[in-house]
Write a protein that binds this ligand. Structure first.
Ligand SMILES: Nc1ncnc2c1ncn2[C@@H]1O[C@H](COP(=O)(O)OP(=O)(O)OP(=O)(O)O)[C@@H](O)[C@H]1O
Length: 510
């Protein structure tokens, strides 16, 4: 089984987490933040016990990707982003939320760029207010003794804020007063795994910072003209209405019989809302010829991962008993056979998405792990890797959007652009300033590309309330908590290469 070779930076972050430190993990797109976070979560669960680690993200899509819950639902604050006092009042009205706040030992927040400053500040206030007595064990009291693991890239999508236009209003979480005091360590990952072409990595680095370097623009112009976009390229749109329209039109134009897969849901309505906002659709319409994308990691060693694209080539009859498909598919026991662009053909089986509250599954959704992939929204593609994409840059409307869109692709050969408008390549000045002070002058701009070997300079910044003075004991020899059986969780797909049923993998070419 292939062994993961962690970079020094990734190891530093993991060691810090295992020593009980609160850590902020950042880095450019494709530097392995989410990949690392998945491992960090496993370690945290071993250290604190599964029920005391809460995994959250600001959006349903990002939360579902880590089998977590949205930050709002963990916090018990509905959709509010009110002031500190009203957030505490709201939590005090919800006894389950109070329980979570008192019980949590480690809180993970992914995609922090989309969490706004007031919310971050407000939640720290809630934690301090509700956790006076629990704070004893942890040196850092900013969050009432919770070990905070926060990850994201502020150059990517910003918070959706009504008040953003107000001059001087705080936007990003790093502007919260408690930001610096929250972390013992802030670490930037600087080895890019997603792309291997140094020209593209450099270009993306410029775009990340909102720069319009003439050489980079020339390269981008090369992606604009001269040839028709590959029809297999995924079209990225800033707005969901365009995405849905294109996918519907394309599906209908095939004139094939349509198979409808209805998601099978279990759980409280309140939690189901998150799954409905997640990546697995309520209803998936498929037919022969439909362009589709995997929305779960099925087998990383065979590149059958979140973001892999392909075409439905057949709809195959399967045993009803094995898949309990009766209520799921409009045509009974039928599963799609997808020919992925990598050459594999796979009969795609239903998968399970869950919302976890600590160690408890509070809702679950069973659905075929595919979505129509002629078009996708930029918000939904954050976190994905795509082989080929086509986007119209003139239509983006927010900071970080061009960067998020372009940084999905592995190579320049897979990038098709139209409407190249340099004025849309924008980074927020506050973000630039944050990273400038974060990196220090001498480290600015250093990025390396993964060659598969152990690498890299470490960019580690000890914060003022510094790591070296941290007195929390290194947690060692923590015995594994007894596994809580989760009835819906389905197959383990993470440890090692999973066995695929022999009929599933029809044509293994590699
Ligand atoms: N140490 C490692 N060894 C091998 N592959 C790695 C390692 N770390 C990350 N990767 C791979 O790098 C790719 C990008 O990782 P990941 O999606 O976690 O990046 P990210 O920083 O979260 O990107 P984004 O900001 O765009 O969401 C993934 O395919 C992941 O499997």
């Amino acid at each position: 089984m292939p062994k993961i070779k962690w970079t020094d930076e990734q190891k530093q972050a993991m060691d810090a987490v295992c020593s009980g430190k609160s850590v902020f993990i950042t880095g450019s797109a494709g530097t392995g933040k989410t990949f690392l976070l998945e491992h960090v979560i496993k370690k945290l669960k071993r250290i604190h016990g599964k029920s005391k680690v809460f995994v959250t993200a600001p959006t349903g899509v990002a939360a579902c990707a880590l089998n977590g819950q949205t930050l709002h639902s963990f916090a018990g604050i509905g959709i509010a982003d009110g002031d500190c006092g009203s957030l505490v009042d709201m939590v005090l009205e919800d006894k389950h939320a109070q329980y979570r706040w008192r019980k949590v030992k480690a809180l993970v927040i992914d995609e922090i760029s989309m969490v706004d400053a007031n919310l971050f500040e407000g939640l720290a206030h809630v934690a301090r207010t509700l956790r006076d007595e629990e704070a004893g064990g942890h040196e850092n009291k900013t969050w009432g003794g919770i070990q905070m693991i926060v990850s994201g890239d502020f150059f990517q999508l910003p918070p959706v804020l009504k008040e953003r236009k107000k001059k001087g209003a705080k936007i990003y979480a790093f502007e919260a007063e408690c930001w610096s005091a929250t972390f013992d360590l802030q670490i930037e990952l600087t080895t890019v795994f997603r792309q291997s072409d140094s020209l593209l990595v450099q270009l993306l680095q410029g775009i990340r910072k909102g720069e319009n370097d003439p050489d980079d623009l020339k390269l981008l112009e090369g992606c604009c003209s001269g040839y028709e976009p590959d029809p297999s390229a995924v079209r990225l749109f800033p707005r969901l209405t365009d995405v849905n329209m294109v996918n519907k039109e394309k599906l209908e134009s095939l004139n094939e019989e349509i198979y409808v897969y209805k998601a099978q849901d279990l759980g409280d309505n309140k939690w189901m809302k998150q799954l409905k906002k997640g990546i697995a659709p309520d209803e998936l319409e498929l037919c022969i010829g439909a362009r589709v994308m995997l929305i779960k990691n099925i087998n990383p060693w065979r590149k059958l991962v979140n973001g892999a694209t392909g075409t439905v080539v057949e709809l195959c009859k399967v045993s009803k008993e094995q898949y309990e498909m009766d209520d799921m598919c409009s045509h009974g026991g039928v599963l799609p056979l997808v020919k992925f662009d990598s050459g594999f053909e796979l009969v795609v089986e239903p998968e399970i998405w869950v919302v976890m509250e600590g160690d408890k599954v509070v809702a679950r959704r069973k659905q075929i792990p595919l979505m129509l992939a002629w078009a996708l929204s930029i918000h939904k593609c954050q976190g994905m890797t795509l082989d080929k994409l086509h986007t119209d840059l003139s239509r983006v409307f927010d900071f970080g959007m061009v960067y998020v869109a372009l940084s999905r692709v592995r190579s320049l050969g897979g990038l098709y652009l139209s409407g190249l408008d340099p004025s849309k390549i924008k980074a927020h000045p506050k973000v630039l300033e944050f990273y400038h002070s974060f990196n220090g002058d001498q480290h600015d701009d250093e990025l390396s590309i993964s060659s598969g070997s152990d690498t890299d300079d470490v960019h580690l910044k000890d914060m003022p309330n510094s790591s070296s003075e941290l007195t929390l004991e290194k947690v060692q020899d923590v015995s594994e908590e007894i596994e809580v059986l989760i009835p819906w969780e389905g197959k383990e797909k993470h440890s090692g290469e999973p066995e695929l049923p022999s009929f599933v993998l029809k044509n293994l070419r590699h």
